[in-house]
Write a protein that binds this ligand. Structure first.
Ligand code: ADP
Ligand code: MG
Length: 330
């Protein structure tokens, strides 16, 4: 049974960056305003995510890493996100099958926190009282220690750390009121350091640089006709002065970082068709729609989403973006 669990867990957590994404999303769900990530050896030795969120209650610690028990947790508030993305409380559980997981957490009004370690879905021993400031720190050590082949293929790839950096850049330009940092273990300087701001453009400038932020056009679209589609989109797309060989598409749907290749393709097409000297676009887009319009049958680890009325939504966004690009280019 343990082998089966491990294989399933290896599907949910495919690489270090998948673990970071799950941990940061948990920190965001806990209403954190500051999230700090430390990575050692591309995440294979250590991934540590510290936040200042609401913490995890003592009575929830024993079942924290059981699969599918999320809805039992008394701290669980975010029904909206489970509805919209179909997540099933598998992330932390999965990590315990393929790594050594240690949680340190303190809830509001407590004098001390607790530290507890997990293996294979269960607590290793009773939580120990410890000093803690605010929020939760989760350490994932020796990821894939029991999956030799996976560890080998990842060991030779230097790009896991850059995938983690890229991920945090994306989170930070969406959640602009949260500060993020990411550094290599022992490094004095952080490779991502975004402070909370109230301006999306400021955030994009600090994360992606002025070469991006000064070449952006605001985009918007919406539909509220239940017989066709219901959505609200806003964001930015690069203008004709922006130069890049590759599309950067930062897409959030209902505040979840996702991918939608049909939408990406539609934007690349309209971009190339509208701008005479078009390169590949930079796009930041946030779409809000009724949670039940997102296909929840997609596997929880797949970032690709499918939407109800997807073609209509993509068409409408494409048209809105086209008219913005045209008017900006006049
Ligand atoms: P899910 O996020 O789908 O519920 P996870 O396995 O990712 O499942 O997390 C399980 C639960 O652990 C969360 O629902 C939440 O209650 C709690 N949790 C995890 N990380 C944190 C955190 N950083 N702060 C507060 N609670 C957390
Ligand atoms: Mg989660």
């Amino acid at each position: 049974e343990s082998v089966v669990n491990r294989i399933a867990a290896g599907e949910v957590i495919q690489r270090p960056v998948s673990a970071v994404k799950e941990l940061v999303e948990n920190s965001l769900d806990a209403h954190s305003t500051s999230i700090n990530v430390v990575v050692k050896d591309g995440g294979l030795k250590l991934i540590q995510v510290s936040d200042d969120g609401h913490g995890i209650r003592y009575e929830d610690l024993p079942i924290l890493c059981e699969r599918h028990t999320t809805s039992k947790l008394s701290t669980y508030e975010d029904l909206q996100s489970i509805k919209s993305m179909g997540f099933r409380g598998e992330a932390l559980a999965s990590m315990t099958y393929v790594a050594h997981v240690t949680v340190t957490t303190i809830t509001e009004g407590q004098l001390h926190g607790y530290r507890v370690s997990y293996r294979d879905g269960v607590m290793v021993e009773q939580p120990k009282a410890c000093a803690a400031v605010k929020g939760t720190q989760i350490m994932i050590e020796n990821l894939f220690y029991n999956m030799i082949a996976r560890r080998k293929t990842l060991q030779n790839s230097s790009d896991d750390y850059s995938k983690i950096i890229d991920l945090l850049c994306r989170f930070s330009i969406h959640h602009i009121n949260v500060s993020f940092s990411c550094r290599k273990h022992g490094a004095a300087r952080a490779d991502v350091h975004s402070v909370a701001t109230s301006s999306r453009l400021d955030s994009i400038r600090s994360v992606y640089g002025v070469s991006v932020s000064r070449n952006l056009i605001k985009i918007e679209a919406s539909d509220s006709d239940p017989s066709s589609s219901v959505f609200d989109m806003n964001g930015f797309i690069s203008n004709s002065n922006y130069i890049a060989k590759k599309t950067t598409m930062v897409l959030f749907i209902n505040d979840r970082l996702v991918e939608c290749s049909a939408l990406k393709r539609a934007l690349e097409i309209v971009y190339a068709a509208t701008l005479p000297k078009a390169s590949k676009p930079f796009v930041y887009m946030s779409i809000v729609l009724p949670p039940e319009h997102i296909d929840v049958n997609v596997h929880p680890t797949k970032r690709e989403v499918s939407l109800l009325n997807q073609e209509i939504i993509v068409d409408k966004i494409q048209m809105a973006v086209e008219s913005k690009l045209r008017s900006s280019d006049e």
